[in-house]
Write a protein that binds this ligand. Structure first.
Ligand code: KG4
Ligand code: ZN
Length: 346
């Protein structure tokens, strides 16, 4: 059979992502973000995100079809993120996907956002095929999850996730207390690299590495915690009399986050004897994270995979790609009965 032509809709957070794939071939990946509308609130506001999706969807679908050079009638299936994510935001995408599938009389696939992040890797045409099993570390403003992937379509196990703030959220909150604008990740990155002078010293302040002792990781526990780190930075800043050495604080904070993420991901690789690590999520934009992951993975004999950033941040192509994979594996489509599930498990 010919490879299925699938349109994927992603609206779990602030990105309206529409992607079109043919099997594992990426045809288009359009993204409209409401990030700017959330900036003055210092974080994503659910109602604002939902309304923005509603406005962005139709033009985004049209743009994706034009970019892919296909018509709606050509589609073999429609896919949509049904969770986890913001309930209202998810509902807008689900409503649109159901309307499309019903009006075109095509099968509809409800898929998991986190598993979608893993599927993004399949669309990277420059990389050799994904091998199993692999450990996947997904880090964004909305999630921080460590997964053991034995098979993308049937066997993904959650090893751990954040018990409080997501890694990107920690960047956003610390940026705010340093007086830097939202989104804070890129701002902290720039400040640490010395945007306003010399580069920061990552060893200047020893911030805590939450839940990363060997005993924390024993018994297969790979949860993350970043709120203690955020509080430690706030305390440290409060205790200074004079000017805050922003570059040093940013570099030391970034180092603590990166250290925890990579230490735990590689510990899981060792424990489960999986010599492969895949990164995903918007925080992958962090240069220091990519550098430390590259160095330490190599030292540990672990093959590291980092898809291009356009596939790491939230997007519709990964949702379409996952559905194409499910179709190839013989999975039946979803019935129309599903709804948004903000805490959908993998
Ligand atoms: O995946 P994404 O675009 O959207 C979701 O959150 O789902 O990720 C955005 C998050 C924000 O928290 C942002 O601050 C963070 O990723 N981020 C970064 C960097 N660029 C974006 N964090 C650290 N360093 C960066 N360079
Ligand atoms: Zn995501």
């Amino acid at each position: 059979a010919a490879e299925p032509l699938v349109l994927g809709i992603e609206t779990s957070c602030d990105e309206t992502g529409i992607g079109i794939v043919r099997g594992r071939t990426l045809l288009s990946n359009t993204i409209a973000s409401s990030m700017d509308e959330h900036a003055r609130f210092g974080g994503v506001v659910p109602e604002v995100a939902a309304r923005a999706h509603l406005e962005a969807l139709q033009p985004a679908v049209e743009a994706a079809l034009a970019e892919a050079g296909v018509a709606l009638a050509d589609l073999d299936a429609v896919a949509v993120t049904s969770g986890p994510g913001l309930a209202g935001a998810l509902m807008v995408g689900i409503g649109a996907a159901k309307a499309l599938a019903v009006s075109l009389d095509r099968p509809l696939y409800a898929v998991n956002h986190l598993v979608g992040h893993i599927a993004a890797d399949l669309l990277d045409e420059d990389a050799p095929p994904l091998e199993y099993p692999t450990v996947a570390l997904l880090v964004s403003g909305g999630h921080t999850s460590l997964l053991l992937v034995r098979d993308l379509t049937s066997d993904v196990e959650l090893l751990g996730e954040t018990v409080d703030d997501a890694a990107g959220e920690a960047f956003d909150k610390v940026a705010r207390l340093l007086g830097l604008p939202y989104p804070g990740g890129p701002e902290i990155d720039r400040a640490a690299d010395g945007a306003a002078g010399p580069a920061g010293d990552a060893t200047a302040i020893r911030f805590p590495r939450g839940l990363s002792r060997a005993s924390d990781m024993a018994a297969h526990r790979y949860d993350f915690s970043f709120s203690g780190l955020k509080t430690a930075v706030a305390r440290w800043v409060e205790q200074q009399d004079g000017d805050i050495p922003v570059a040093d604080v940013a570099a030391s904070f970034r180092e603590a986050v990166v250290d925890v993420l990579i230490t735990k991901a590689l510990d899981a690789c060792a424990r489960f004897e999986v010599p492969r690590l895949l990164l995903g999520g918007g925080v992958v934009a962090n240069r220091r994270l990519r550098d430390v992951a590259t160095e330490r993975a190599e030292a540990a004999g672990v093959t590291l995979r980092i898809p291009p950033l356009s596939l790491c941040t939230d997007n519709g192509a990964m949702i379409a790609g996952l559905a194409a994979e499910l179709i190839s594996s013989g999975r039946r489509p979803s019935t129309l009965a599903f709804g948004a599930d903000s805490t959908l498990p993998v």
